[in-house]
Design a binder for this molecule. Structure first.
Ligand SMILES: [Fe+2]
Length: 197
């Protein structure tokens, strides 16, 4: 189930939405799109690049076409991380450093969950996605990503640029915002309170 939270400029948690329609409505002003695609078996060659893009086109041709002119696929890769993965501490640092891309990026979760933190207006948005959900980040949107202390996710990363994942760090100061584990804990607390009401 997708969940979206809005944070103020000082990092305070302001609002939470969990319905697709509400999530889309509140992602819209940031130029971010969200949706669901079926998870299909996909043989991706190692590394990123045009061969990966071709494999993704074969599996998700119709879905890519439905994205319209917002996105043209030029390269793709797959990221898969499991708890205890020795690569995770370095990858996590890289993903957590706020950055922008020169072109739009689509990420489709094939398994597990992950949290994007996006700059939006004066504040921030936290978007928690799970398997079968995709998100399109427009070119130039400052964002970061986390999957927690014990990451468990697999995602296709689709790029509009042939070089694949190419990030420009923003280096901008930002308030303390919840990382994945805190985000999930606070979200569950809120949903529990709503259910109890
Ligand atoms: Fe990114």
């Amino acid at each position: 189930m997708v969940a979206l939270a809005r944070f103020g400029a000082q990092g305070q948690w302001e609002e939470t939405w969990v319905c697709d329609g509400l999530v889309r409505e509140h992602l819209g002003p940031a130029g971010v799109r969200f949706g669901r695609w079926p998870v299909r078996p996909l043989a991706l060659p190692a590394g990123d690049g045009p061969a990966g893009a071709q494999a993704v086109r074969s599996a998700y041709g119709e879905e890519l076409q439905a994205l319209g002119p917002d996105f043209a696929l030029h390269s793709a890769d797959r990221v898969a991380v499991a708890p205890g993965d020795p690569r995770w501490p370095a990858l996590r640092r890289e993903f957590l450093a706020e950055h922008r891309h020169g072109d739009a990026e689509v990420r489709l979760f094939l398994a597990g969950t992950g949290l994007f933190t996006l700059r939006s207006g004066q504040g921030f948005l936290g978007l928690l996605c799970e398997a079968g959900e995709w998100v399109l980040l427009p070119a130039g949107l400052a964002h970061s990503f986390d999957a927690g202390e014990a990451p468990a996710f697999e995602a296709l990363r689709l790029f509009g640029q042939p070089q694949g994942w190419l990030a420009h760090p923003t280096g901008a100061a930002r308030p303390a915002l919840p990382l994945y584990d805190d985000f999930v804990a606070q979200l569950l607390e809120q949903v529990g309170e709503d259910l109890a009401e």
